[in-house]
Write a protein of this length. Structure first.
Length: 410
């Protein structure tokens, strides 16, 4: 049966700007409240019994709090971004109830964007007719991309394995540090496999930039946390470009500040999946090809948090990065006899899509306490990676190179 529904907007992630605000006006009738009571099973007399509610401190029937909060769902699902929305979370604080037939205004303001995860941070408020805040909170929304495909069409057509180029795999290479590492390695003569998880368009853009600069690259989709996906990635790279001689592990998951008292074990596991499991799987997959080729180089992206006193609110991230450091040193020791070097790069705060939602004052404060008076760029990190991957560093293994502008001095 065909039904006609209101049309939702179809904003893409790139079309949404920080600071954009979306609003709607609404009041809830007695029938709305009764319908919701039937759906939810909440027949509290404060909501459905007019006589009882009149004798309370509110003097009238109160709209269910969750029904009021549904206005945020309407804003997200119909306006920002609309049809591409996937609601990930919402916290709420109720300052006072909303009464039946009271007109309120729901407001959603975009205050943050994470390009790495294609998510929005949205401040949500419901205001009264006299513009006082009734309900406030923060929503987290993922922007899906229905237009994405699974591969870069035509990007492998002219690649030949007899080009003499050494092959490099860069995980998490569709954006940020990983993308810059891929470009830099290509400029230094490597044929580069640009690994991505969801961002096929961005990965293809990186490939095109490399090709326009005279380099060789392919985009390879894989969830590097999944053994089967990693095996398929390695097989595709070997078949298309040749055996990998360099592996750069730059994939990173979502980064959220939470105090230790608010963390769950699942938060630690999520970081360990990217920082340890994914690196382990990729290194295991590349190892036999590096060994049979006479050696290779692995560079794992760590963080400044592996030295000194870490920032607060990121215990899950800090734990995973330190675990990765331990794994890297273990591989460096064990695989040295196979002439496979394993090194690390630990950047300080770097301006990338992953940190673009930070307030500008954070970058300024970090630059002020850095001896070189600026924060790291993706190019700073990529140059350090390229050095460790190259022949100039052929006698270095187990090294953790800090790209921090002097904040860490060892």
């Amino acid at each position: 049966m065909n039904q006609s529904f209101p049309t939702a907007s179809a904003l893409t992630f790139d079309e949404i700007a920080i600071g954009q605000t979306f609003e709607l006006m609404r009041s809830f009738s007695v029938q709305d409240v009764l319908t919701f009571a039937a759906l939810s099973g909440d027949y509290s007399p404060l909501h459905v019994d007019r006589e009882y509610a009149a004798g309370t401190e509110f003097g009238a029937q109160v709209v269910h709090g969750v029904l009021v909060a549904s206005l945020f769902s309407q804003l997200v699902g119909m306006r920002v971004p609309g049809k591409h929305a996937l609601y990930l979370g919402q916290d709420l604080t109720f300052r006072r109830p909303v009464l039946i037939d009271e007109t309120v205004r729901a407001v959603a303001k975009v205050v943050g964007k994470s390009d790495a995860t294609r998510t929005l941070v949205v401040n949500t408020e419901i205001r009264s007719a006299d513009d006082k805040v009734i309900v406030m909170g923060t929503a987290k929304v993922k922007v899906r991309d229905d237009s994405r495909t699974d591969q870069c069409v035509g990007s492998t057509a002219s690649i030949s394995q007899d080009s003499g180029r050494r092959v490099a795999i860069v995980s998490g290479a569709s954006r940020g540090i990983g993308a810059q590492v891929a470009r830099t390695l290509a400029q230094r003569g490597f044929a580069v496999a640009v690994n991505y998880f969801h961002s096929v368009d961005r990965a293809c853009n990186v490939v095109r930039e490399i090709e326009l600069d005279g380099g060789v690259a392919i985009a390879v989709q894989a969830d590097v946390r999944d053994p089967g996906s990693v095996s398929a990635l390695i097989a595709q790279v070997v078949e298309t470009l040749g055996p990998p001689r360099v592996l750069v592990n730059a994939a990173v998951g979502e980064f959220i500040n939470r105090s230790i008292s608010d963390l769950r074990w699942a938060d630690f596991v999520a970081h360990m999946e990217y920082q340890v499991k994914a690196v382990f799987l990729l290194c295991q997959g590349a190892y036999p090809h590096m060994k049979s080729s006479g050696g290779g180089a692995i560079v794992n992206i760590l963080s400044q948090v592996t030295a000194g006193v870490p920032a607060t609110g990121i215990a899950d991230y800090v734990s995973a990065k330190n675990a990765l450091m331990g794994l890297s040193k273990a591989m460096a020791a064990e695989w040295s006899e196979d002439m496979i070097r394993v090194n690390m790069v630990s950047p300080g705060l770097t301006r990338t899509e992953l940190t673009e939602h930070y307030q500008e004052r954070i970058f300024k404060m970090e630059a002020a306490k850095t001896p070189l008076k600026r924060i790291a760029t993706p190019a700073d990190v990529a140059n350090a990676v390229a050095y460790l991957a190259g022949e100039e560093a052929s006698f270095l293994t187990g090294v953790n190179l800090f790209v921090t502008g002097g904040q860490v001095m060892l």
